[in-house]
Design a protein around this ligand. Structure first.
Ligand SMILES: [Zn+2]
Length: 238
């Protein structure tokens, strides 16, 4: 039995954006949040995407840089707006006015902020990325690139499939051994796993929005509910 998961759920901005309370003391120099279903989809393939991006800009200051997510452990340092969307599942930057983001529907968005070195990261972690420990590798990359002490880094974990709904046919066969302690019956406890990976990387200050995307179709898009909509998790330095 693990400890109960996560602190209480943060208050939404007009129901469209969820913000992490852990980052709020730094709102003078940080933009951050996760869009909800009320915001509308940011899939990128539907009509009206441009106007959705403009709407996002009112919260993020500038339109965030989004990578093309490939369920990899590829992490990219961003110094300016790239000409083409880079293939990567995690982006990091220490540049001001350059928000970064990832898109999710059931997968986890993990946002990291180092207030001492003034650097941020946005990580896309599905169970495949999790198996490759993209979270731990992103923390290491922040240390390498920005000199971050993991003990200074604050982390926020987005709503995702919960232990109720992240179901496998035969999890012990499908998942690597490192993930086995987080198997609950046929399901995976993704929140506890990510919490563990962050802890193992030295990150101690963590907030989890422990709401299951599949169980809350009124608030979140869910791939497993056969929806094509996507939510964005973004973070950036002002
Ligand atoms: Zn659920």
């Amino acid at each position: 039995m693990g400890a109960p998961i996560g602190p209480p759920i943060g208050s939404p901005i007009g129901n469209m954006i969820l913000q992490f309370d852990i980052f709020k003391p730094y709102s003078d120099r940080l933009v951050q949040g996760i869009t909800t279903k009320d915001f509308g989809s940011l899939n990128g393939e539907e009509k009206g995407y441009e106007s959705q991006l403009k709407k996002l800009k009112t919260f993020s200051g500038k339109i965030p840089v989004f990578g093309i997510q490939i369920h990899s452990d590829k992490i990219l340092k961003i110094d300016k707006v790239p000409k083409e969307r880079p293939k990567a599942d995690a982006l990091i930057t220490n540049k001001k006015g350059l928000p970064i983001g990832i898109k999710v529907a059931d997968c986890q968005g993990i946002l990291l902020f180092d207030p001492k070195k003034n650097a941020v990261a946005a990580v896309h972690s599905g169970w495949k990325g999790s198996a490759q420990n993209i979270i731990g590798k992103t923390v290491k990359k922040m240390t390498k690139e920005f000199g971050s002490d993991p003990g200074d880094i604050l982390a926020g974990i987005s709503p995702s499939l919960g232990p109720c709904c992240l179901e496998f046919t035969d999890p012990k066969k499908e998942l690597p051994e490192s993930m086995h302690p987080y198997i609950r019956g046929k399901n995976l406890d993704f929140w506890s796993l990510s919490l563990h990976q962050l802890n193992e990387a030295g990150v101690k200050n963590i907030e989890i929005k422990a709401e299951c995307t599949k169980c809350h179709p009124d608030r979140f898009f869910s791939y497993r509910n056969k929806e094509t909509g996507r939510m964005a998790a973004f973070i950036g330095l002002k």
